[in-house]
Design a binder for this molecule. Structure first.
Ligand code: KG4
Ligand code: ZN
Length: 340
């Protein structure tokens, strides 16, 4: 079914961002994100606080998204929401809100897989982004996931590699925490790394078979290295912050790219995309662009606003599912863990 104009309200609440977007077909009319500063001093997301903040934010964020889009609730054709994976208490807020609103408006409900949404963010209609052709490989790197996904079409996504322990975003955040930086540390490491020497310090890299990843050894290697260095010079981290950040970032990128290169070589796929919060990392984005020259890849890099958690990516999956007549039934629920 190809309706002329499909208006979808999308809601994302899987972790610590409350986001609402309004889509007109594949175009984003509004995409609002309310972050939660409350977790900063805890060094990570506190699930109880996250769900409480979602409850506080959801109504104003949805209201504002409709207002910015200049769309009345009665004009909506469907409501899409993240049903998982994520923090159960957080997911439940978005899920119950979406269900009640869809019921009140008597419009269909569309459940969306959060990780599929990170990948399909590439199909948002936006002049600054090019859409990858099928099949392509997507390195999906976030705070909770690290995956190499072979994308055959909008709904056929195969995970061919994944982390066996920490996610890449977790590696950034945990390294930042060890250095005394607030949560989430990934963007801060990126910022300080720009002034540093990526070759100054070396950290251990995993030796895992196939396309899988491991980041827990890196965290331990950073911890032991810094414990020893700080014993000798209590100001070691402060004195070397930029070089430490650049070296840690470089190590994570090298680990990520090694398996991605192997997957590209063995599958013969040269259309390579990045997705997820860590794809905001400037070093990773540059490394991918460099592979266009050295390995003949075509790189697909999302706009910054579609890298970290946002509802527009939920909306684009909602749109394709709408066209496919793939709606949720009324007993759909939130799921903390989910396969594709
Ligand atoms: O996709 P996302 O917003 O949430 C999850 O689904 O997990 O990803 C959040 C992760 C965090 O670990 C955050 O530190 C990381 O993405 N991140 C970055 C950057 N921006 C966000 N990591 C490195 N460099 C960045 N610029
Ligand atoms: Zn995410």
């Amino acid at each position: 079914m190809q309706a002329k104009n499909v208006f979808i309200l999308a809601i994302e609440s899987s972790c610590d961002d409350t986001s609402a977007a309004v889509m007109q077909n594949g175009t984003v009319l509004s995409n609002l994100v309310a972050g939660q500063k409350v977790h900063e001093s805890f060094g990570g997301v506190v699930p109880e606080l996250a769900s409480r903040a979602h409850q506080k934010n959801i109504v104003p964020v949805v209201h504002e998204a409709l207002k910015v889009a200049k769309i009345a609730p009665e004009s909506l054709n469907a409501i899409a929401f993240t049903s998982g994976p994520g923090l159960l208490g957080s997911l439940l807020v978005g899920t119950s809100f979406a269900k009640s609103m869809a019921m009140a408006l008597q419009i269909p409900l569309i459940d969306v897989h959060h990780m599929q949404a990170h990948v399909l963010a590439h199909f948002i209609d936006d002049d600054k982004m090019k859409k990858p052709p099928f099949p392509f490989l997507c390195l999906t790197v976030s705070g909770g996931h690290t995956q190499i996904v072979r994308v055959k079409n909008y709904f056929d996504l195969e995970i061919i590699g994944k982390t066996i322990d920490d996610a890449a975003g977790e590696a950034f955040d945990k390294a930042a925490k060890i250095m005394g930086l607030p949560y989430p540390g990934g963007p801060l490491i990126d910022k300080y790394a720009q002034q540093g020497n990526p070759l100054k310090f070396t950290f251990s890299k995993p030796n895992i078979k196939g396309y899988d990843y491991s980041f827990s050894g890196l965290k331990t290697s950073i911890l032991y290295f810094l414990q020893k260095a700080v014993k000798e010079n209590p100001d070691f981290i402060k004195d070397n912050l930029a070089d430490l950040c650049a070296s840690i970032q470089q190590t994570i990128i090298t680990i990520l790219l090694k398996k991605l290169e192997l997957a590209a070589k063995e599958t013969g796929i040269k259309h390579i995309a990045l997705a997820g919060g860590v794809s905001a990392n400037s070093g990773l984005r540059n490394a991918l662009l460099q592979r266009e020259k050295t390995l003949g890849w075509t790189a697909y890099i999302p706009n910054f606003e579609y890298t970290t958690d946002n509802a527009a990516m939920i909306g684009i999956v909602g749109y394709y599912k709408f066209l496919d007549n793939n709606f949720a039934d009324s007993n759909v629920g939130a799921q903390a863990r989910m396969s594709w």
